[in-house]
Write a protein that binds this ligand. Structure first.
Ligand code: NAD
Length: 505
């Protein structure tokens, strides 16, 4: 309580440097705002260069001992962390909903998908194995060591503030690196709670550090000489900038970026399940998923399903994420709502048919929330803004095609390659789709085919830069340097004869 005003002071989000949560000395702050109510939840600092340097220096120092910490010791921290996340699931989801807006069940899903990566990090001993070839020449073996890189950094977006930080720091740290995390400045609170739990699980001081900020902080990370690798998830524009800038500075970089995911609906699809899946994937999380389905290509007779799809979308409940039964929560910010509304206006002006208008819905009790309801356009074509731009809101564009081949060609002509899905009961059609589509994540009667951590997240064309994806097997290679050792040991007999003092392979 503030003694002079009698009001509760707004909490500040701390930096994590060298194992201590510290108050930033910056003069620049921004507010973390509840998107359903506009309540200011916290103030987040834009860290100073000195604070960024201190975080990186602490990670660099900690690396000296962390890289030599036994595999089992590292893995057991993540066994403990998964337990702590499970025990604190309800609190984490509530925090996430308050700052991000998604429904409580969806927030639990956000945490849960990150938890799965933590579980995977706990088996790092099986994952970080090198290879050995025995007797590649007389008495010579060659083997590989997958050694940690050093200080790695992660830059995360607002839409999955639990899952995406958990894509990054557990696998980087489990493989022996130390880490500097830069969470989204729009919703850093759940990320910080996860970081607290990580320290409670036993991550030593300096192994995990957190700095906050926006463009300037990200640029400082890209330029920092002591950071060896950067994992970025966010928009294509920022990700491309990060990839170019950090690569020029000699870093290893992986950037998972924007999307415009298309589904194909063939007329033989199971109608009820398909329409439910599309409504959930297009409008759930208010369309703010990189794996949302904002474009559906209706093939042939499936074009007659539009009225039923519109009817289904109308049944979705728009409300605050904390209210039971909510399907569509608010957008992250007032600016995001205004942007989505203006794109809907441009869709109308460009000549698409507005089948359902979700602008300015009535949400009793949450009149100031950033709500846009499910919106559907038909007769959408390339060249229209609603098709060409990633809207990142609950706006579905319907496109017509006469055949599967035409639909596949249409999708492959879009610059983005993040996710896609086909709805059909034909195995042959699904097989052709899986073979010919140029997209990272492919769903067959699965609308949001995000891979579990036994696999890696992928992406093609404008949705991804860097050849190795987050989590799964690929990220082990991303966060390690392969060292190849060729070894020969002399026994007394060879030493005595003086043979083979040089090796020719
Ligand atoms: P964003 O690109 O605006 O922000 C991502 C990060 O970059 C944040 O930490 C932010 O602080 C920082 N940033 C923002 N502007 C910057 C600038 N000009 N220079 C340097 N850094 C900057 O993304 P967002 O709005 O937070 O998230 C939504 C985007 O992320 C969508 O495009 C979505 O498709 C994408 N996304 C992709 C994936 C994937 O796996 N492919 C997953 C989730 C989200």
């Amino acid at each position: 309580m503030n003694a002079t005003t009698g009001q509760n002071a707004i909490p500040t989000v701390k930096l994590l440097i060298g194992g201590e949560f510290v108050e930033s000395q910056t003069t620049e702050w921004r507010e973390v705002i509840n998107p359903a109510t506009q309540q200011v939840l916290a103030r987040v600092p834009l860290a100073t260069q000195a604070e960024i340097d201190a975080a990186v220096a602490s990670a660099k120092t900690a690396f000296k001992t962390w890289k030599k910490t036994p595999i089992g010791t590292r893995a057991r921290i993540f066994l403990k962390l998964q337990q702590l996340i499970r025990e604190n699931m309800a609190e984490l989801a509530a925090l996430l909903t308050a700052e991000q807006g998604k429904t409580l069940p969806d927030a639990e899903g956000d945490v849960f998908r990150g938890l799965e990566v933590v579980e995977h990090a706990a088996s790092v001993g099986n994952l970080q194995l090198g290879e050995l070839a025995n007797n590649v020449a007389n008495g010579v073996d060659t083997y590989t060591l997958l050694q940690p890189l050093g200080v790695c950094a992660g830059i995360t977006p607002f839409n999955f503030p639990a899952m995406i930080p958990l894509w990054m720091f557990p696998m980087a740290i489990a493989t022996g690196n130390t880490f500097v995390l830069k969470p989204s400045e729009q919703d850093p609170l759940v990320t910080m709670r996860l970081v607290e739990l990580a320290l409670e699980a036993g991550i030593p001081p300096g192994v995990l550090n957190v700095v906050h900020g926006g463009e300037a902080t990200v640029n400082a990370i890209c330029d920092h000489a002591d950071i060896k690798a950067i994992s970025f998830v966010g928009s294509t524009k920022v990700g491309t900038h990060v990839y170019n800038r950090a690569s020029l500075a000699g870093k290893r970089v992986q950037c998972m970026m924007g999307a415009k995911n298309h589904a194909i609906v063939l007329p033989d699809a199971h109608k009820e399940q398909t329409l439910n899946a599309i409504a959930g994937a297009a409008f759930g999380a208010a369309g703010q998923r990189c794996m949302a389905l904002p474009v559906v290509v209706l093939v042939g007779e499936a074009q007659r399903w539009i009225p039923e799809l519109v009817a289904k979308a109308k049944t979705l409940k728009i409300n605050a994420g904390t209210e039971p039964g909510t399907d569509v929560g608010p957008l992250i910010s007032c600016a995001a709502r205004e942007r989505v509304e203006s794109l809907i206006e441009r869709g109308i002006a460009d000549g698409a048919t507005l089948e359902l208008d979700g602008r300015q819905p009535t949400v009793p009790g949450y009149e100031s929330g950033n709500f846009v309801g499910p919106t559907i356009f038909s007769n959408v074509k390339p060249g229209m803004s609603i098709y060409d731009i990633e809207i990142f809101g609950p706006v579905l564009s319907l496109v017509n095609a006469d055949s599967l081949d035409e639909a596949i060609e249409f999708i492959n002509a879009n610059p983005n390659g993040n996710g896609t899905a086909i709805f059909t009961q034909s195995g042959a059609a699904a097989h052709r789709f899986q073979e010919d589509i140029d997209i990272g994540q492919v769903g067959i009667n699965v609308p949001i085919p995000v891979p579990v951590p036994l696999f890696s997240f992928s992406g093609s064309r404008a949705s991804k830069l860097g050849d190795l994806g987050p989590y799964g097997k690929q990220v082990i290679l991303f966060y390690t340097q392969t060292k190849t050792v060729t070894a020969r040991w002399f026994d007394d007999q060879t030493a005595a004869t003086g043979l083979n003092t040089t090796i020719s392979l």
